[in-house]
Design a binder for this molecule. Sequence first.
Ligand code: NAD
Ligand code: DAU
Length: 355
Amino acid sequence: MSSKRKQTYLVTGGAGFIGSNFIKYLFAKYRDAVSVVNFDLLTYAGNLDNLKELETEPGYRFLRGDISKTADTGSLFDENSFDYVVNFAAESHVDRSILDSAPFIKTNIAGTQNLLDCARRGGVKMFLQVSTDEVYGSLGGEGLFTEDSPLAPNSPYSASKAAADLLVRAAFKTYGSRVIITRCSNNYGPFQFPEKLIPLMIANIIKKKDLPVYGRGENVRDWLYVADHCAAIDTALREGTAGEIYNIGGNNEYKNIDIVNLIIDLMEKRGCGGGKSLIKYVPDRPGHDLRYAIDASKIKKRLGFAPAVDFERGIAMTIDWYLSNQPWLMNIISGEYSRYYEEMYLTKYKNSGEK
Ligand code: NAD
Ligand code: DAU
């Protein structure tokens, strides 16, 4: 056995979609060289089933706690010494932020500042803030977001993420904290909570429920397979320069309605037919950003990162994963999520929309 000291990670929000994929990515790549604490509050979006395969892994530990509570994070940093902190913990869904912004302000803003303070006192090698392209606001038909694009968030969610980014910047400027911000486009892949567009459509086709498309379905997102996001974060953490921002994107723009039709076609081929007749146009999301598109040339040129999974392969793998993991999906759909779905879709859009 090697006597080399393991690299220690604090991964916050590690029971969510991207965080759980990231922890599994770390163990798949560095197994005996890493030790990981997954610190997560287990909100509606946190699910320890996402990490079942690591339950007996000696280098992995789960601790329940709130990043915005100094009592929780104080003992976490008193009892552990971390090389890296990767902050995934957040309230992550735009529609929920429109219904109630309070947890977004608490977790995304106060929580990030609290973690920055702890990381500074703990002397971590690097603190990586997992941010989003939504902080840049919306594009028209042309152009791409670069790291120098102005911050112009349009939803309570994106405004809270932009505020967190500014606090990370302030920690660098004021205290010289070793921090990096990554801003990624829309992720998709296994273990994504079914409130988000792609898994919501897959779940509703399985259940033969309406497929709610906001507005005319003309909004554009740039989709990236989650494993590529994990690889980009790993690269930025190890190779990136403190104080820098790195955009991460898939170079893969799709209109929402085209994604929905593609999912319907792919699911039809897998024996889940009838999807087209389920499409229902519903009133638009308030403040709905028209288009996101990322210029990811900086991370490619400076750190040599480029995505490996093309969309055709990624979406097929994703649909196959959800079809093979229906107990995971149904477990979520039958719980608290059904109350959210009722409020968000069934009550709100009851008498609206055209098929
Ligand atoms: P998610 O909602 O699936 O997971 C969030 C996790 O954070 C959950 O496990 C939840 O329990 C935990 N959490 C929430 N509040 C907490 C608190 N106060 N303390 C500790 N843990 C808490 O989110 P996701 O889609 O995996 O996104 C992860 C991060 O990546 C977020 O910061 C999000 O802004 C960012 N991001 C997401 C995308 C995307 O497409 N999903 C793209 C770019 C950036
Ligand atoms: O761009 C990165 C962001 O991507 C992340 O920061 C967020 O955490 C993540 O949730 C995601 O935000 P979006 O708002 O783009 O993702 P969502 O899956 O909610 O919606 C994608 C698009 O699909 C958007 O234009 C709204 C539309 N939509 C969404 C849902 C849930 C629908 O038309 N119908 C729906 O039911």
